[in-house]
Design a protein around this ligand. Sequence first.
Ligand SMILES: C[S@@+](CC[C@H](N)C(=O)[O-])C[C@H]1O[C@@H](n2cnc3c(N)ncnc32)[C@H](O)[C@@H]1O
Length: 409
Amino acid sequence: MIDQFYTPPELARFLVGCLPDSFTPSVIADFAAGEGSLLRAASRRWPEAQALANDLSPATVRLLKAEHPNWIVSNSDFLLDRSVRSSALESWAGRVDLVLLNPPFSQRRRTPHQVVYKGETIGVSLAMAFVLKSLAFAHDGSYVLAVLPDGCLVSKRDEKIWLKLKSDFHVEILRDNANSTFDGVRARTSLVSISGIRVPRMPLSLKDGFAVSGPSCVVKRGQQQMHSLLPSRAAAAVPLVHTTHLVAGQVIKSGPRIVPKSHVCGPALLLPRVGRITTEKVCVLEPGDVVAISDCVLAIEKISAEEVRELRRAILENWTVLTDSYRGTGAPHITLERASLALSRIMSADSAGGSEWKSSNSEGEFHEPASGPASVIAFGERSQSRSPVRLSMVESNRARSSAARNRSR
Ligand SMILES: C[S@@+](CC[C@H](N)C(=O)[O-])C[C@H]1O[C@@H](n2cnc3c(N)ncnc32)[C@H](O)[C@@H]1O
């Protein structure tokens, strides 16, 4: 395991104490949490806040879960998109008020970590890669406080990204720590604050081999059973959306608030999984809205607001492709696999607009629909699970030439 140098409690207290009195976070995260000293200090100051802890080490994660049953603890490699996506962290993107970090510093490889920042791929240090990835979890008004090696502040490698961060946000060095702050050997460190964050969701992803090229979406089914609802007033509670809350193309957020295992974050498209589907039940969840969905509802998320509306339009224009996929003698219902197949067909039919979709399983393995739906059917047959299905929209020459052919007819 790399860099298990934990933050001493007094340093953690100091860091948390640097935040203004007016700031009251509801969700606090440490994505390389170790023994959890940063989160413990924050939880003491804001006992009502929901703590999210992540660490690469399974042993550390076991310890955190045992010591802090109220924390949400995940075990992912924070630098691997695929690992983060398949962890509990996935649904917290854009929802964390305060990120606390004392990331690993040891640069074991010579090559920089490649990070996409606002569309540009930049090589950065390991510590900086953690800072940048954590911005994807922040929203307007969030703070990111980090213990960083001085090398990260002054190195040639991170010079370019610091210039960008300083022009986009408010970056402040809170304190230059003495050499002796950490037991054992460690670089000299500084405490850094990034605030003035003004983007709802940073379009960041590490080039880790699993990054999706172009916009992608995930089709997932709700998990909350209506007969076992536990309404909650906790800060982390969100409105539950059942099929009755899908009205006239809009998601009505008047349902009971619950703390779900998994959230749906707008922009997204919601539709009934169980029950009669009508055009008005294909509903847009607006950007920034966060809800839980019942097990009778499907969500298509991880696409832009514009793509959500485009997808709704394409579904309505190819209506029977979707409705024919609902089966059952009692209540009609659609499986995740049949829904993804129908959506793939709808997207292929819609490719005259210049876009084509391919599908992957939740592991991020892509199956090019090179010859139409056949390869998508293979995917549907193979996957019997309830795990989300990912669809990716990619511009392709084939789609563009097919569009050109259609236009010239
Ligand atoms: C320097 S320690 C800091 C722990 C804690 N934040 C603190 O301040 O006490 C770094 C932690 O990062 C974890 N870690 C290392 N690489 C990681 C990765 N790729 N993803 C998530 N955690 C990682 C290590 O297991 C270790 O617990």
